[in-house]
Structure formats: structure tokens, C-alpha cells
Ligand binder design. Sequence first.
Ligand code: PLP
Length: 389
Amino acid sequence: MHHKPPLPGFAVRDFSLAEDWTFLNHGSYGAIPRSVQQEQERWRQELERQPVDFLARRWPGLVAEARGQVAPHLGTTSDCMAFVPNATAGIQAIIRSFSWQRGDSILTTNHRYDAVHRILQFAMRRAGGQVIEVDPSANPTPDSLRTALLAACRPHTRMVVLDEITSPTARRLPIKPLIEDLRDRGIMVVVDGAHAPGQIDVALDTMGVDFWVGNLHKWVCAPRGAAVLYAAPQHHDVIRAPITSHGHGLGFHAEFDWTGTFDPSPWLSAPRALAQHEAWGGAELRAAHRQLAGHFRDRLYDALDLPNPAVPGTPHTLAMIAVPLGVPTTHVPAAQHWLAAHKVEAPIIPWQGQTWIRASAFSAYNMPDDIEALIALLPKLRNVLRDGT
Ligand SMILES: Cc1ncc(COP(=O)(O)O)c(C=O)c1O
């Protein structure tokens, strides 16, 4: 059966977003609909009735059930996934699970997320290894990515960390055709899918990667603190949680299910967030995001008088779009404050010496007109970026 994508803004009343802001940054921290806020509150109240019973006795069963409900949405089984608080913790877990040697290298691209890069740098500096950052161009193609990565491979390249959807540039990296090739060379493939769940289809069992991390608190609208680590079966005995606790050495799930006292409500509410995502159309909702992002893209390129790389009126490939503003990066913090003072939320991002602006299109609450609030401010925003005032 063919469904039409839902109309933009169809569920705006289900969110708590302030009406006096134009919110174009779902990508950074998400925004949670009331149904999920209520589910989280329900779990918190349930826990408060008897905290020890909840955390000491019921927890293993509760977390196993939540995991079992989440895994099929990501194309895997609960055997291969664990909850983590966020993508950063997931990457940290992977990196600290291996003993790195002098001369080792990890490859990544210059589209990488800064926090992840710091994790890689920290591990490589300690070991006397190296993080090699390749440049597949601002618009990576399967060829440019492959050529850049393969040219950087060394005999002791042990791992490649690739974003599925890039944060500063909002590009989908064409990683699929590369995975087998890299693994055939004995290189572990780690995919940072922080932005993937709820934005694109995720099919972990057929992806063929060693590890993958993804956030549920971005495009799936789970409460903040809900993310997933996937580990291929051959790594289940090796992978260690980001924080060593009681489950250390007791198996994949025991390792991750308890890393010290915490608020478990985000993980337990994740199934409700996925159910809401499906009730809003699932694949159709994701298509509606892309449609709206295409509109944002067309309007931004028009307003900036830059050549539009896409056919106007066509959907974008993702639910967010990033465009370079053609101004230096010196005054980015001042410009971000200036934009916030005008109650428009969109990240201004320095990348490769250029200043980019990113707009997210979450079609349940964003409207086509939302981009106009940003566009109206663009001339002045570019002045602030040039002059700092
Ligand atoms: C590509 C990428 N990796 C990792 C992260 C970190 O996510 P978290 O803050 O949930 O750890 C982000 C967040 O925006 C991201 O875009």
C-alpha cells in the first residue's frame, strides 16, 4: 500500500517546543514528543515506588525486554546490541577494548565529529600510534572516499571509523561499497551512525561492519541518554563497556547493562519512542523529513545565490542540510549568540576553514516557513560572521 508522506508540522502540538523560537536544530539533541516524555515519567515513578527492587532485581529483565524491542528496528537481534548512554560512550567503549601498539593507525575522514576524533587521538597518542584523517572532498562519492582511504592505509592500519551521516556537513558517506574491501584487508570497520536511526534505514546484520553506534535520542526522539552499540558476534568476548563495573568480564550484556547507578528511564522509554516514530509513518515520516529538507535546501541556495547542487523541488537525501556561507570562521561563537538572540536555532559550524550552517527538517513539527526566519537573518548573520558584530 502506498502512503503519502504526512504534511509538515502535523504533530507540532505533540511537542513542548517554545512557540517564540524557530527550531531548526533537531540534529544536535533531538526534541521529545509528549508521549515519550510521559513514558519516561511513568518509568521514573515506577522506579521510585521501590528503587532497590527496580534496580537490583527487576533491572536485568527490564533491560533485556527493551533491548529485544529495539533491536528489530535496527535490523539486528538483541544478541548483537547493547544500550549505551550516547554515541560518544559507544565509540569510547570500542576504542578502549583493544590494546593499541606503537605504529598502529586509525583512519577517519575530515567530516568526523570532534568528540570522536578526540577519543581516537587520546588512544593513539598513548600507544604511539596515529590517527590519519583523509579528505574525500566536501561532497564525498564512493570513488573519492575509497581512493582517499585506500591511499592512507598502512601495514598497521587496524581500524577505520566512518560517519554514516556527517555532523558538520550533513552528508551521507557512501560507506557500503567499501566495507568488505576494508575488512578483507584485515581492517576493522567502525561506523558512527549517531544520526542514522530514525533518519535513514538501518540494517545492522547485513551491513557487515565490526561495530556501529547510533543515537536514539536524535531522530527517533527517545529521551536523551538512549543509544545503541552494535558489535559483530566475533567481538562479543572482546568488547568492554566505557566504564568498568560489576558486569566486567561477565559477557557482552552484563558488561554494558550496568556501568554504575544511573537513570534507566531513557533506555526503557526507547521502545515507546520507536512506536511513536512508526505511528507517525515510519518510512513515510522519514520521507517527509527529506522532502522538507529539500525545500530548506532550495530556499537556502536561492537566498545565498549559490548554485543549487540538486534539482529544485526534489527531496534531499537526508533530513538535514548544510551549506557553506562563504565567510571566515573567526566569529562563529559571536554569530551563534547573535542568531540565538533572534530566537533562531541552527548550528553554525566551522569546517575546513569555511563557515557552514545546518538546518534540520523534523517534519512532525517543522513547517516550510521555518526556513524563512533564518533566511531573513542571513545578510546580517553574514556581516556578524565577517566583522564579529
Ligand atoms: C557523527 C556524530 N558522532 C557522535 C555524536 C555524539 O553524540 P552524543 O552526544 O549523543 O554522544 C554526534 C552528535 O551530534 C555526531 O553527530
